[in-house]
Ligand binder design. Structure first.
Ligand SMILES: Nc1ncnc2c1ncn2[C@@H]1O[C@H](COP(=O)(O)OP(=O)(O)OP(=O)(O)O)[C@@H](O)[C@H]1O
Ligand SMILES: [Mg+2]
Length: 336
């Protein structure tokens, strides 16, 4: 029988680019990478801080985690460090913000973005394929509430079906050796879990960054989820500073405290102006120019030339052809 082998993440990335047969994809990515190098030098961008050692055992056992915290407290840094320190070579992200590409460009992991519908499809079937291909998969849901809303309104699923689905999904995730992380800014985003799943929700580990919660609310959540340690972790969350977190797990009787250090590649993504280019579906120089003008109609030809490194004349020519083809609206009054 022919042995099934998985290409390394580097080989996979090259494969995709070669299949497109266009070196310009590389050029676009190179523009982004050059921009990143202006923020941090290459050796620093590649640096991966460790997560606290005490977490290793818990993370190994955990199947489904919640990462909770106010805006800018360190959640995405934590999730990226989780992927990078635990040998996940594929990250599947269900998100409306696109911030994970550094794992691919700088750290050679495979990153796939999915909508709620594709995520369901992925967990129901494609996860098995990744398993036989030897991939270690981390699935990240950025906004659980919104994912549930899409399932309800766009896919017409009842809440009961969503819950059934969720529990089956967790079984599949365990069976195929993957892990799930749900990221939330606020307890409100976890409403479907609290209201409809409660203690049966199978979310075994909670990582809590700085968050404003009243003791009453903390008590009611801990009770609803049948999780004693959550009360302490949530009430303490008010006074954590950036990067600090508390972990409560079904596999440990105590609350563990920890801190993430800044991950330079993620920090650079947050600061890099060209980042969106790496996430958009850009295959050629022309796509890049049209993408910029479409997304930011107020950019002048000169701005686009400066951002991309192409000449102003070339930018003008590409945009004029795009308008003629109907790919871009014609300007109403002025030429730009
Ligand atoms: N320990 C730390 N010390 C200093 N800066 C940090 C630390 N951890 C993270 N940062 C920086 O703080 C910013 C916010 O971090 P991060 O994006 O991880 O937060 P978040 O909770 O995911 O935010 P959001 O809610 O906006 O998604 C980033 O620029 C990150 O590099
Ligand atoms: Mg984030």
């Amino acid at each position: 029988m022919k042995e099934i082998t998985s290409p390394s993440p580097r080989e996979r990335e090259n494969m995709n680019l070669n299949q497109l047969g266009k070196s310009t994809v590389n050029e676009v990515l190179q523009l982004v990478i050059n921009e990143l190098y202006k923020i941090y030098p290459e050796e620093m961008l590649k640096r991966i801080p460790q997560l606290p050692k005490e977490l290793e055992g818990l993370i190994n056992k955990s199947i489904a985690m919640v990462v909770l915290g106010a805006s800018g407290t360190g959640k995405t840094t934590f999730v990226k460090l989780l992927a990078l320190n635990n040998n996940f070579n594929k990250v599947v992200v269900c998100s409306w913000t696109r911030q994970f590409k550094d794992l691919q460009l700088i750290h050679n992991r495979e990153v796939t973005y999915v909508e709620a519908k594709d995520l369901m499809e992925y967990i129901a079937s494609d996860i098995e394929l990744d398993y036989i291909l030897g991939k270690n998969v981390l699935i990240v849901i950025e906004d659980f509430n919104r994912t549930v809303e899409v399932a309800k309104h766009k896919m017409g699923m009842s809440m009961r079906r969503i819950i059934e689905y969720f529990n089956t999904a967790i079984t599949n995730i365990r069976k195929y050796g993957a892990k799930l992380v749900i990221i939330a800014h606020d307890i409100k985003e976890l409403k479907p879990i609290l209201d409809h799943m409660g203690a049966s929700a199978n979310l075994d580990t909670w990582i809590i960054f700085r968050l404003a919660v009243t003791p009453q609310r903390a008590r009611s959540i801990a009770k609803r989820l049948g999780f004693e340690g959550l009360y302490k972790a949530l009430t303490e969350a008010n006074r954590l500073s950036i990067g600090e977190f508390n972990v409560v797990s079904r596999y440990s009787s105590t609350v563990i405290s920890g801190k993430v250090d800044m991950l330079p590649s993620h920090d650079a993504v947050e600061k890099c102006r060209l980042w969106l280019l790496a996430e958009a579906d850009i295959k050629t120089k022309k796509d890049l120019i049209v993408f910029l003008k479409k997304r930011y109609p107020k950019l002048s030809y000169r701005d686009i030339a400066r951002l991309t490194g192409f000449s102003e004349k070339y930018v003008a020519k590409v945009l004029s052809i795009a308008r003629a083809k109907g790919l871009l609206e014609r300007p109403k009054k002025s030429r730009r």
